[in-house]
Design a protein around this ligand. Structure first.
Ligand code: NDP
Ligand code: OXD
Length: 309
């Protein structure tokens, strides 16, 4: 039986060693070199070519190489009988906490402006708010959003969080469901998106939401590019509805040369690096789920196809 990795845009060389350090007997294929399609029972995918996964007659389960599983759920050719799971790891949580804290601090302390001023040899101090006067809203209070919210609250920021089902988190104002979205957004100065991409969340970062935020606020999108309506962001920035955007994810990646987001003072771009899956830190959970799939057990971190995450 074999475990197949499919990730066209990734260097997969260290995955084989990471898996074999847990169990040297696991047979591994790395797409497109597949020894025998009939032997493939488990695949690990990142941005796989759509319609590829219906070509394995004995496939039992597929794992996302990362936390999001939207790239798997969007492949309508993936048979219903195949279970989907994803990666959940302390390393992803730690990296996301670091990224969000770095972005929030840079915005709060105006480093985003000072870095630009360096290029112009401009000596111009700016006032900055104290954390207790800075209202940060986090959309998505799951494996990544909840620890990020807790960290910011512990540091003294005014933190609100929004999720599908109600949550209780110390020192965080929590809201749930569509009915509470507007209450959650009200007065937000920095809005952070950590939602999964689903039919209900696509395009959620739009002009209507930006207008409800605090005057001249910021958005940080670390979830998926399709959460953001690109044209609405440009409009909101050009009409001073928003002050800036800090973006790690884009509808098209790499971001095309001609995209309107490049070369703008008020958009900070990072190349989808907020939280990176490291083979040696998650190989054990891939192996565990591979073995569970083979023996017909329930997978860990299973994705709910109905909910879309
Ligand atoms: P989880 O599934 O653990 O959490 C998702 C959260 O979103 C939950 O709190 C869930 O609510 C909430 N949610 C889902 N749908 C809705 C909705 N319709 N309305 C309100 N809230 C909703 O995901 P993770 O925290 O592990 O990851 C989140 C996303 O981050 C990933 O899907 C991925 O796209 C992105 N990501 C980006 C990375 C990067 O490097 N840029 C790295 C890793 C992940 P409830 O709690 O009620 O279920
Ligand atoms: C993920 C990502 O979902 O890196 O893990 O975006």
């Amino acid at each position: 039986m074999s475990l197949l990795f499919i990730a066209p845009d990734r260097d997969l060389s260290s995955w084989e060693d990471a898996i074999h350090s847990i169990d040297p007997n696991i047979e591994i294929d790395i797409w497109p070199a597949i020894k025998d399609k009939n032997r493939v029972q488990f695949t690990v995918c990142w941005n796989h070519p759509q319609h590829l996964l219906d070509g394995f007659p004995n496939l039992k389960a597929v794992s996302s190489l990362g936390a999001g599983a939207d790239h798997l759920l969007s492949d309508k050719s993936l048979p219903e009988s195949v279970d989907i799971c994803r990666v959940v790891s302390p390393s992803l949580v730690q990296q996301m906490k670091e990224y969000i804290l770095a972005a929030v601090l840079n915005i709060q302390r105006n480093f985003v402006h000072y870095i630009r001023q360096n290029d112009q040899k401009r000596w111009q101090p700016h006032n900055h708010p104290s954390p207790k006067n800075l209202h940060v809203g986090i959309m998505g209070l799951g494996e990544l959003g909840k620890p990020a919210a807790k960290q910011l609250a512990e540091l003294g920021y005014q933190v609100s969080g929004w999720s599908r089902s109600a949550k209780k988190i110390e020192s965080v104002n929590t809201f749930a469901g569509k009915d509470e979205l507007h209450k959650f957004i009200n007065n937000t100065h920095i809005l952070i998106c950590l939602l999964p991409l689903t039919d209900k969340t696509r395009g959620i970062l739009n002009l209507e939401i930006f207008k409800q935020m605090d005057d001249r606020g910021w958005i940080i999108n670390v979830a998926r590019g399709e959460h953001l309506v690109d044209e609405d962001l440009i409009y909101a920035l050009d009409s001073n509805i928003l002050q800036g955007a800090w973006l790690d994810v884009f509808s098209e990646e790499p971001l095309p040369d001609k995209h309107a987001f490049w070369n703008r003072e008020n958009i900070i771009i990072t190349p989808h690096i907020a939280s990176i899956t490291k083979p040696n830190e998650v190989a054990n959970q891939i192996v565990e789920n591979y073995k569970r799939a083979l023996s017909g057990m329930e997978l860990n971190h299973k994705v709910d196809r109905e909910l879309g995450y």
